[in-house]
Design a binder for this molecule. Structure first.
Ligand code: SF4
Length: 378
């Protein structure tokens, strides 16, 4: 393989209970399944470690699911296994997702000693009624305990996930959630708006529509997120991500910048040597995989058009946008020439702006980002 530097994503698909809005690859599982899965995951990491020897990891993200709901020993073994098989940059960022109510002091100490430096807590809301509606397993107090324990353990880099557009959420309750989270001074806040995905309990709830905030409120909530977090010193660096200066998530930034990545575990996606490939999405198929090379062998190399679209889609999510120079170096053609009409129109409408040879979405453009990004399909 030609890949010299990449990110590693490891998927732990287990959760204590399924949330009402969740369409991620996550579920409850028996001890036996968890054990079999983790062993297969170590095998997969060993396989890719040998296959990609000479490749340097720039970041590791252990996500899910809820990685913190399984025995901490599994996570320690996972970190050992990655260390054994991969070389990594001295300043590597290692993040793990944790849910409030699933960690205690002992677990946190084990994660810390295993080398995890960054935790991402899924809080979503500080309001009990909203948490219950979402089907979260924790209360706000559970979160506060987990957060405080993490700080006491020594974690100096913490993200809090928040959500807008929750059923029964009001402008006031969302503002209170934002202020309460920001007052704790986490290094990073991700604030996504709820999307009702097909196949989830929310999508089948006939009462949901009447409880959802109006579209106008959602637009206002988005604007309010930037304003309020700005008061507390957070800067927006991507459509839904805010950080204190210098505390952007390096894993996310790498992904939006097109760094190759390996996804290990159930349903995980990878992008290596311009090829995208996915692991099996069914547990039985994943556990029965004898060679992890199979999904890679079946993958097709992305066409230049697909690579350009990906570059634009991911790059325009970042506040700094895309660099015309980088585009030229990568694709040997001019961004302005290829997308002349699209860019001219978007700038005229006030949806995009250009500064220092970089093109980015304006605040107005972000509100209709899906529509604008579609214009960049070739
Ligand atoms: S904790 Fe996260 S992954 Fe698990 S069910 Fe809830 S939203 Fe899905």
């Amino acid at each position: 393989m030609k890949t010299k530097k990449m990110e590693l994503y490891v998927h732990i698909p287990f959760c204590i209970q399924k949330c009402n809005y969740c369409d991620f690859c996550s579920f409850q599982a028996s001890k036996e399944t968890i054990d079999a899965y983790m062993k297969q995951l170590y095998r997969e990491i060993g396989f890719w470690g040998k296959r990609l020897s000479g490749t340097m990891l720039s970041s590791i993200f252990i996500g899910g699911g809820t990685p913190s709901c399984i025995d901490a020993e599994y996570i320690c073994c996972l970190c050992e296994c990655i260390k054994e098989y991969f070389a990594w940059e001295p300043k590597i960022e290692i993040t793990m997702e944790a849910n409030p109510g699933t960690v205690d002091q002992q677990k946190l100490q084990k994660y810390y000693q295993a080398g995890i430096q960054r935790l991402s807590f899924g809080l979503q809301s500080t309001k009990e009624e909203e948490l219950r509606y979402l089907g979260r397993i924790h209360t706000y107090e559970d979160f506060l305990n987990s957060y405080e324990l993490a700080r006491m353990t020594g974690f100096e880099n913490i993200n809090i996930d928040l959500m807008s557009g929750i059923p029964k959420q009001t402008m006031t309750s969302y503002e209170e959630t934002l202020r309460a989270a920001a007052s704790l001074k986490p290094e990073h806040i991700s604030a996504y708006s709820l999307i009702v995905e097909d196949g989830t309990p929310f999508a089948q709830n006939p009462k949901l529509e009447q409880d959802l905030p109006s579209e106008e409120d959602e637009v206002q909530m988005y604007a309010m997120t930037g304003e309020i977090l700005g008061e507390y010193g957070y800067e927006k660096y991507e459509i839904s991500n805010y950080s204190l200066p210098g505390k952007e998530c390096r894993h996310n930034l790498g992904y939006w910048s097109g760094i190759p990545y390996l996804g290990a575990g159930l349903n995980a996606s990878s992008y290596l040597d311009q090829k995208r490939f996915d692991n099996p999405s069914k547990m039985k198929d994943y556990l029965e995989l004898m060679t992890f090379e199979k999904p890679w062998q079946q993958a097709e190399e992305l066409s230049i058009e697909a690579q350009i679209e990906e570059f634009m889609f991911l790059g325009l999510r970042k506040t700094e946008g895309v660099s015309k120079q980088e585009f030229k170096e990568k694709f040997h053609q001019s961004l302005d020439t290829l997308y002349q009409d699209v860019i001219e129109n978007a700038i005229k409408q006030g949806w995009m702006k250009e500064k220092n040879q970089r093109l980015s979405l304006t605040e107005q453009g972000i509100l209709i980002s899906n529509q604008i990004l579609c214009e960049f399909l070739l």
